[in-house]
Design a protein around this ligand. Structure first.
Ligand SMILES: Nc1ncnc2c1ncn2[C@@H]1O[C@H](COP(=O)(O)OP(=O)(O)O)[C@@H](O)[C@H]1O
Ligand code: SF4
Ligand SMILES: [Mg+2]
Length: 314
């Protein structure tokens, strides 16, 4: 459903790629979770997939079609197949448009529908995301964050997509409603047979939604594999540090690995392994570790892959 081959993104005027040679593969019906600190390039990658950000090198395939920097036909194919849900539902909803009109607009962009047929489709979409039909007359200011995110999801589903890109879908919501929206997303995937690329800085969110994980740090994939394997036995020092920052997942509170340094300075990418100045294995500089500052490690292993010269041994 989604295949990225060596995708690079560099913003105009930027000194370095903020997405660097990313290759990923998401089979139909699967859910891949992209995790990493803020600034690691997750949103840029998702926007590149849906054609909102220009890819500087590499190829993007969605449902078998090359949609790299799409024009006309490829763009039409892309919009009908892949939809994005953003972190802040307010950003995608017009404040003076009712929920009914907002969802109807998303339907009519794709299909010529009107009258009772359109009303029925709007009600069907609202029902799909767990909102009663009386919500059609509501305005965004009359709704909670969780309800607004449901409307944003309904609008994305109006295109009848096969792939949903979820960029921090619950990060703007109160903790108490995060779980209900996550439940909805999990149910929708099962019910509609959707494929997900879900982005979060929260490992628990990814663990709940996704069977596969890719860990991103300063623009490149450091580790990827089945979610259970990656979270239970991380092979990369960066993943281990992320997992360790979540006591619920790591099951321990002492001997925390602390992440040092500025995570988001994509313009000053370190040489070799981009994690090397912050790597807990680095400062020791055991003989041979000089290679970390000199050579970019390749992502190797199947299905659990790691890009590290000295992966964690279990
Ligand atoms: N429109 C833009 N122009 C230039 N740089 C950008 C733009 N958007 C993001 N960046 C930079 O690209 C890097 C990755 O950002 P982003 O993709 O938003 O990361 P994430 O979603 O993982 O937090 C950051 O260093 C950010 O400052
Ligand atoms: S390649 Fe070296 S610096 Fe990078 S994570 Fe592995 S051990 Fe640490
Ligand atoms: Mg982001």
């Amino acid at each position: 459903m989604l295949r990225l081959d060596e995708v690079c993104v560099r913003y105009p005027g930027g000194k370095a790629d903020v997405v660097e040679r990313v290759s990923l593969h998401v089979p139909e019906g699967a859910a891949l979770g992209l995790v990493g600190e803020s600034g690691s390039g997750k949103s840029t990658l998702a926007r590149a997939v849906v054609g909102l950000t220009r890819v500087t090198a590499g190829r993007v395939h969605v449902a078998g079609t090359d949609v790299t920097n799409p024009k006309r036909d490829a763009l039409a194919h892309l919009r009908a197949t892949a939809q994005m849900v953003f972190q802040d539902p307010n950003a995608s909803l017009h404040p003076r448009m009712t929920v009914g009109d907002a969802v109807a607009e998303a339907v009519t962009v794709r299909r010529k529908q009107s009258g009772p047929e359109l009303t029925a489709e709007v009600v069907r979409l609202l029902d799909l995301v767990g909102l009663p039909s009386r919500f059609v007359d509501r305005f965004p200011f009359e709704m909670s964050g969780g309800q607004l995110q449901r409307v944003a999801i309904a609008r994305a589903l109006a295109a009848k997509p096969r792939l949903l890109l979820l960029d921090e879908p619950t990060a703007s919501l109160d903790v108490s409603v995060q779980a209900t929206v996550l439940n909805l997303l999990r149910e929708l995937r099962a019910e509609l047979g959707l494929t997900y690329l879900a982005i979060s800085h929260d490992l628990a969110v990814i663990h709940y939604l996704c069977g596969e994980i890719a860990v991103m740090q300063l623009g490149s994939i450091k580790e990827t594999g089945p979610a259970s394997a990656v979270l239970k036995s991380p092979l990369h020092h960066y993943t281990a540090a992320l997992v360790d920052a979540v006591p619920r997942l790591s099951g321990r509170k002492t001997d925390r690995i602390v992440l040092h340094g500025d995570p988001s300075d994509a313009s000053a990418r370190p040489s070799g392994c981009s994690f090397h100045p912050r790597c807990p294995a680095g400062p020791a500089m055991v003989e041979g570790h000089e290679i970390c500052a000199l050579e970019v490690p390749e992502l190797v292993g199947d299905p659990h892959a790691v890009a590290c010269h000295f992966p964690i041994r279990r």
